[in-house]
Design a protein around this ligand. Sequence first.
Ligand SMILES: Cc1ncc(COP(=O)(O)O)c(C=O)c1O
Length: 398
Amino acid sequence: MFSERVDRLTSSLIRELLALTQKPDIISFAGGLPAREAMPPLDLSDPPPDLSQYGTTDGEPELRAAIAGQLADLGLRCRPEQILITTGSQQGIDLVSKLYIDPGTSVAVEAPSYLAALQSFRLFGARFEELALTASGIDPEQLRQAIQRQRPAFVYLIPTFQNPAGVCYDEATRAAVAAVLRETGTPLLEDEPYRELVYEPVDRGPLCARLDEGNTWMYMGTFSKTGIPGLRVGYLAASVDVHPYLVRLKQSTDLHTNRIGQWWCARFLNSRDYPAHLERLRTFYRERRDAMQTALTRHLGDLAEWTTPNGGLFFWVRLKAGGDTRALLVRALERKVAFMPGEAFFTSPSAAHGAFMRLNFSHATPEQLERGLAVLAEVIREQRGMTKTEATAGVVEI
Ligand SMILES: Cc1ncc(COP(=O)(O)O)c(C=O)c1O
């Protein structure tokens, strides 16, 4: 009845379970939701009347020019014509999947990686090549070997404040990874939703900016984390060899992106207040990051280990004694605390991955952070005292 692709549609029971956690009495560390109170005001009054009409597939020229200017400041030279405005950067992931992936196509991804990208790649039939993530990024030598062995159609990386691991590749790793991509001519899809959420000075020059003229590159950004996620405006900048195909693929999906949202984003980017807004945002999230760091140390210091992220929205936490964080989620939800079990972020989950969990620090208030982590610590201690059967009762598949 349906296409064979539908058999690969993975519905995540974990996500469905977590959807129930939107209730106000739940303390949620689960999603990647920006804090409502840190968002800029949404003033949609007096849009130009023209905007009531259909727009172009590529997007509004004013917004594309503003983005091209921003990318040039980061060292990524591209013309506004190479920028495709998308319905959130999630749509960029879908378009790139459609462009490259047939059943069995190899795609190299970080381990762990962004859950929704893995779901999209999997839907089109990708075979994954996992690149282990360390505190400084992926290992360039492992990347080289993976490319030689599997010839992936593209490499998908989130080098700046990675989701879920919070890692930001250091300068040496950025240079070495870019060198491997240049030498092997492998296309890169670089996903950077968190680039502006930076709390300490760190290296974060885009990898795409280090590739040669002849390299295929695709760079995704979004207004979801700095602006208003509800507007659903993102973008996909790409080298000239792939950009026209991406535009045609978008035409077969939705032809036009929300023009009012694009108009708002262009004014937001071009506004005199934009740099000050980013500074306020960073101060706000830095405080939340620090509050979580303090509460984690107090409540989970002897139970878990983590690295404090220099940006982004997540702590990636590993239980020292191992364990099954899916089972932990069931118990935590009974106590009205939610988080993301780590296993879902790996393409081939193993028992060792069960010890990880992703904790978001942007959404809960510092008081909720404190209370929620105290509950989590109690639940971890309870789980440790249980037999395996008791501990895993009610566990759902991811
Ligand atoms: C790594 C990564 N890529 C892409 C997205 C999608 O963002 P949006 O579709 O809101 O632009 C997210 C959102 O959390 C993300 O974490």
